[in-house]
Design a protein around this ligand. Structure first.
Ligand code: TXA
Ligand code: MG
Length: 329
């Protein structure tokens, strides 16, 4: 972020909640307390707001985010619930449980927020301030923990300020987060799977449904019990088409994923051209990354040439995702 925003800290109140909803609606970033940890919120339906959120956190990669909503009915507008998911939502929402579910085709959440996946993580927090903001805003809010990438999750407004001052618009101070530990994540995409242990104990969940063991990270022998790290929970978006990165000219039959105002030699031969950001803006490019890839990939195109993208700012995360999407399978 270049000239960063002034970060305002205000105590939770009715007026603060309305202010938070207005800042979110304008595409701004608002940190607020939940019962687990402080979250850094952005309008989940606004791709550029979501891109600014990744930029503020300094994440070197686009991990999918949790969509927070005010109640289970709002969650059902985003995702499909099977029987197990419905029982878990009934038993534990509002509360410190995140469900990873199939994304509905009409889900309004920006592709960047789910990192191009067909699944979405949803949660209904049990905190009066979080609930009031979500009810006032009346749209899903993506909220990773409100810390810089690589730092621990914040449990007070002061922690958030120390990490994100000058990078976000607003912090709502609602006192210490009561649980101090992130939500438990369960995927209901088949046999329910514990993806991340957290504030809701596994035994509580198993009183409602049986849980499958989490997959183990590939690790050297002897270390094979290492749990998968948060952030590596989700597999990544993989197009069917072949991607050729850092393309400075076009080959026959290729579509072009462009960046910036000047196109490479042979661009007029491209079967189709989509530009991540004609003005060369990395926030706009991040917001368009997964939707443009999907659009090119769904039109029967077999090869996509991708123009070079700078590695500065969000460019690091954009290049990371493009490299994964280009990796041979
Ligand atoms: O308690 C919490 O869950 C806090 C508060 C603010 O709600 N949020 C939080 O978000 O911990 P975050 O972004 O720090 O962690 C979310 C985790 C990430 O490890 C991400 O990979 C995983 O959820 N995740 C999100 N969407 C997913 C998906 N579709 N499939 C698998 N994992 C997913
Ligand atoms: Mg986190």
């Amino acid at each position: 972020m270049s000239a960063g925003p002034l970060t305002e800290v205000i105590a939770a109140s009715g007026a603060a909640v309305e202010r938070a909803a207005r800042v979110l609606a304008a595409g701004g970033l608002v940190a607020f307390p939940t019962e687990t940890v402080y979250g850094l919120g952005a309008d989940a339906t606004n791709g550029e707001a979501v891109a600014r959120l990744y930029d503020a956190k300094g994440r070197p990669t686009f991990n999918p985010l949790i969509a927070h909503v005010a109640d289970a009915a709002a969650a059902r507008a985003l995702a499909r619930f099977d029987g197990a998911a419905a029982r878990l939502a009934e038993a534990f929402w509002p509360g410190p449980l995140t469900l990873v579910l199939p994304k509905r085709p009409d889900c309004p959440v920006a592709e960047l927020a789910t990192a191009g996946l067909d699944t979405i993580a949803v949660r209904v927090p049990d905190h009066p301030v979080a609930h009031a903001i979500l009810a006032a805003f009346a749209r899903p809010v993506v909220a990773p923990s409100a810390n810089r990438s690589g730092h621990v999750s914040p449990t007070t407004a002061a922690h958030v300020l120390a990490d994100l001052r000058g990078r976000i618009e607003l912090i709502i101070d609602g006192g210490p987060a009561p649980m101090g530990l992130e939500s438990t994540i369960v995927a209901c995409l088949g046999d329910p799977l514990l993806l991340r242990p957290g504030a809701l104990p596994r035994a509580e969940i198993e009183r409602v449904i049986p849980l499958t063991e989490p997959p183990r990270a590939a690790a050297p022998s002897g270390l094979d019990a290492a749990p998968i790290a948060p952030g590596q929970l989700a597999s990544h978006y993989a197009p069917r088409a072949r991607l050729r990165l850092d393309a400075r000219s076009l080959n026959a039959g290729e579509a072009l994923l462009a960046f910036g105002p000047s196109l490479p030699a042979g661009a007029e031969r491209a079967t189709r051209v989509l530009n991540l950001s004609p003005r060369g803006d990395l926030i706009e490019a991040a917001a368009n990354l997964f939707s443009h890839l999907r659009a090119l990939d769904s039109s029967g195109i077999l090869a996509i040439a991708v123009m070079p993208i700078p590695h500065t700012g969000l460019g690091e995360a954009i290049n990371d995702r493009l490299e994964r999407a280009a990796a041979p399978r």
